[in-house]
Write a protein that binds this ligand. Structure first.
Ligand code: FNR
Length: 219
């Protein structure tokens, strides 16, 4: 099922996926949110610390259901046509807090990631800008049916990458980020208005056994 068509501007959740107050990824998320607003779409900036949740535990889920932080993130996702994640790279991979949040939210039915488009960006003081972590982040999101935009943006040397007003110091990079955001929004708009990307979601491709444990196809 394509993302639901609606009147009015596109709504995009922008998640800053680090907990610390001085997070460079939150700064990058703020900039992306501003670039989104500049196009006439509506950005919903969401620092990850707004969604407090324990480590995933199946017993806790069975006894208490989903924690309020996971449900709040689900609600913000549900109210969006698309989302952006600005994530650090930890040990060449996805930070545990972000993966934990994805795991909790993936337990909600209907599973909210499968109708969404996503753009991934990162910031890191290293020369690779955290890009390896974004490749890892694609895996759970694509597994959940999210259409992850092919282009990604990674800001290297992030500790010296921002001006005081939150733009990127390098104007060429600022242009590239702005063009990436606009290209992403163009695809989301086309999908929402014209339903150009329609597909079903399967946990195990080609698995048609019908066994309730493995057959998790949803319209
Ligand atoms: C890091 N950092 C890091 N950076 C990187 O480019 N590649 C990496 O593999 C790692 N690994 C790593 C592991 C752990 C546990 C920490 C705490 C940090 C450095 C990281 O990019 C840096 O701290 C960023 O500033 C984190 O992003 P925020 O908090 O500024 O958004």
């Amino acid at each position: 099922m394509p993302t639901e068509s609606h009147a009015g501007p596109l709504r995009v959740l922008v998640l800053g996926a680090a907990l610390r107050a001085g997070s460079t990824n939150l700064r990058l998320a703020s900039l992306v949110a501003r670039l989104i607003d500049d196009t006439g779409a509506t950005a919903d900036l969401a620092p990850l610390h707004e969604f407090d949740m324990p480590l995933y535990n199946g017993d806790v889920e069975e006894a208490h259901g989903l924690p309020p932080g996971a449900l709040a993130l689900r609600d913000r996702l549900k109210n969006s046509d698309a989302f952006v994640i600005a994530s650090p790279e930890y040990n060449a991979s996805v930070p545990g807090v972000l993966k934990n949040a994805i795991d909790w939210v993936s337990r909600v039915r209907p599973q909210p990631f499968k109708t969404k488009h996503a753009l991934l960006v990162s910031a890191s003081p290293s020369m690779a800008g955290g890009n390896r972590g974004l490749w890892v982040l694609r895996v759970p999101l694509e597994h959940l049916g999210t259409r992850v935009y092919p282009d990604m943006f990674s800001l290297a040397k992030s500790h010296e990458g921002f001006t005081e007003n939150g733009d990127l110091v390098d104007p060429g990079l600022q242009t590239r980020l702005s063009e990436t955001v606009r290209g992403f929004l163009g695809l989301v708009e086309a999908d929402i208005r014209y339903g150009c990307l329609q597909r079903r979601w399967y946990e195990f491709l080609g698995d048609r056994t019908g066994a309730p444990v493995t057959q998790r196809a949803e319209d």
